[in-house]
Design a protein around this ligand. Structure first.
Ligand SMILES: Cc1cc2nc3c(=O)[nH]c(=O)nc-3n(C[C@H](O)[C@H](O)[C@H](O)COP(=O)(O)OP(=O)(O)OC[C@H]3O[C@@H](n4cnc5c(N)ncnc54)[C@H](O)[C@@H]3O)c2cc1C
Length: 477
């Protein structure tokens, strides 16, 4: 089956990276079948359509997709301006998905529910490599099957947000209080406005989603003055959420952190640090959020809780396949040292592709947001490069697969302690490391090459001073 002609690749998810993979496949004469569980493409991006992206257009458009679109007379958005998630859908993903060359390969409202290899359960080895993949998917209430030579899982992580509990489990009572809990980035100034206006609202988390929510709530409080906002942070220091400020090459990302710092200083929101949520109790006066232990309890009572603590991947549909995943990050093992937030927080990940993303199951790859597992630093541009390399590898062009074609913008932040209580750490990056997987940035690489322990940005042992979630520099979640 491996050499079946024409080759078919099953692409799970019609997000930005899935569509880019389809364009790359078409370039290489491979037939893509793109499964999307939603009724429309970009289903996950549409859930955060109200959010302005921190990367400008030039970083959000895949090169192969650009070629296809330009050939159809598409007008490319200004590369220096910043789209919202909604803009990304209407000005890029929708025009792309409606190109006849791509559209005919889309299967909407088709949720992949299970994958195996034809005639092989997980245990059986001999001949396994040559067996086609059997993709089982649900359309309406029917279960259908597609056979494919290769599979690309680009199904993202949007549908599986992390729960509120500091230990990674749901806080006790979290499910029962579900009517008062939102996850990720609700549309606070649009469709969800009435739910939050004039309410006591807590936001839990340290990433960009949390800070974006806080900024929107402050805006909401200007027209709904009874709204009160408390920011719940698990670590002792919120300084890391302020990001790299002016040092961040993605200016919008830097600005977000600077804005939140200003709001805190102006007293427009209050902060509870060291708040490791354990229990949520529904009371007549609101939901009681309890942190701490029996001897030292910490309580906050609010009407609404927004949990913005990141996302995690769901591999349940691949449970009959032989996958190798890093035990902590739940990402392909070779990628883990490059993106582990315990080791580095710079978003400056070394470009990588088929080699790092390969699975024991030949012809099966995980890419896009999902390939980062629980790590929060994924950039769309990284995903585009991943799928360029993977599709080249599948097409047998090993040289192109191994080529590095990506320069990512620096975040300008490292995970080390800042010089003062409130100032963000100075930029130490110098860009993504070129060679070393144990380095977080060029400066760190140079220091390690010179026999030193690192550049001092927080890599290595120092990073263990705080729990993982607080090491994570501001990113989604
Ligand atoms: C709020 C927010 C802001 C972001 N801002 C930026 C930014 O400014 N710059 C940047 O570079 N990155 C940003 N990102 C990160 C990342 O680039 C985006 O999340 C991007 O959408 C990831 O693309 P993807 O194709 O990997 O996954 P997704 O966009 O999540 O697409 C996955 C698709 O798979 C579908 N799917 C899921 N399960 C199944 C199934 N079983 N069967 C079929 N279909 C399925 C989903 O419905 C979805 O359409 C942001 C992320 C978030 C959440």
């Amino acid at each position: 089956m491996k050499n079946m002609t024409p080759q078919t690749i099953a692409i799970i998810g019609a997000g930005p990276v899935g569509l880019a993979a389809a364009a790359r496949a078409l370039e290489r004469g491979i037939t893509p079948v793109i499964f999307e569980k939603g009724p429309v493409i970009g289903q996950a991006v549409r859930q955060w359509q109200h959010v302005r992206m921190f990367s400008p257009w030039k970083y959000n458009i895949d090169a192969a997709c650009r070629q296809l679109l330009l050939a159809s007379g598409w007008k490319e958005p200004d590369g220096e301006s910043y789209p919202t998630g909604g803009d990304l859908v209407t000005q890029y993903l929708e025009p792309l998905a409606t190109l006849p060359a791509l559209q005919k390969h889309l299967r909407l409202e088709s949720e992949v529910i299970a994958i195996s290899r034809v005639g092989f359960d997980k245990l059986k080895t001999a001949g396994r490599e040559d067996a086609a993949y059997e993709i089982r998917y649900r359309k309406a209430s029917e279960e259908l099957i597609l056979l494919a030579d290769t599979v690309l899982d680009v199904s993202g992580t949007w549908n599986t947000p992390n729960p509120a509990g500091a230990n990674g489990l749901s806080a006790i009572g979290e499910k029962q209080a579900g009517d008062h809990i939102s996850y990720g980035m609700p549309d606070l100034l649009g469709t969800q406005k009435s739910r939050f206006a004039h309410k006591r609202v807590a936001v839990l988390g340290m990433g960009h989603s949390a800070t974006g929510n806080l900024i929107d709530l402050v805006t909401l409080s200007k027209e709904a003055p009874e709204t009160s906002i408390v920011w719940l942070v698990r670590g002792k220091d919120a300084g890391k959420a302020f990001g790299g400020g002016a040092n961040d090459q993605l200016a919008a990302r830097g600005a977000l952190g600077a804005e939140i710092k200003q709001l805190l200083e102006s007293g427009k929101l209050t902060i509870e640090t060291g708040f490791r949520l354990e229990r949520i109790i529904q009371t007549k006066g609101g939901i009681k959020l309890q942190a701490g232990n029996d001897t030292e309890k910490h309580e906050v009572i609010v009407d609404e809780l927004i949990v913005s603590t990141g996302f995690r991947p769901d591999y349940s549909f691949a449970s009959e396949l032989r996958l190798a995943l890093d035990p902590a990050l739940e990402c392909p093992p070779a990628l883990a040292p490059l993106i582990d937030p315990n080791e580095h927080s710079c978003g400056t990940v070394r470009p990588h592709g088929a080699a790092e993303l390969a699975q024991p199951e030949t012809g099966y790859y995980i890419a896009g947001m999902k390939s980062y597992g629980r790590a929060p630093t994924f950039l769309t541009l990284t995903g585009y490069e991943q799928v360029r390399s993977i599709i080249a590898e599948i097409a047998g062009d090993h040289e192109a697969a191994a080529r590095v074609e990506l320069v990512l913008p620096e975040t300008g932040v490292c995970s080390g302690p800042s010089d003062t209580e409130t100032a963000p750490p100075a930029s130490c990056c110098g860009g993504a490391p070129v060679e070393r997987a144990d380095a977080c940035c060029v400066a760190d690489e140079k220091a390690k090459d010179a026999g030193e322990s690192g550049c001092g940005c927080g890599c290595g042992p120092k990073a263990e001073q705080e729990p993982q979630n607080e090491k994570v520099m501001a990113h989604y979640g």
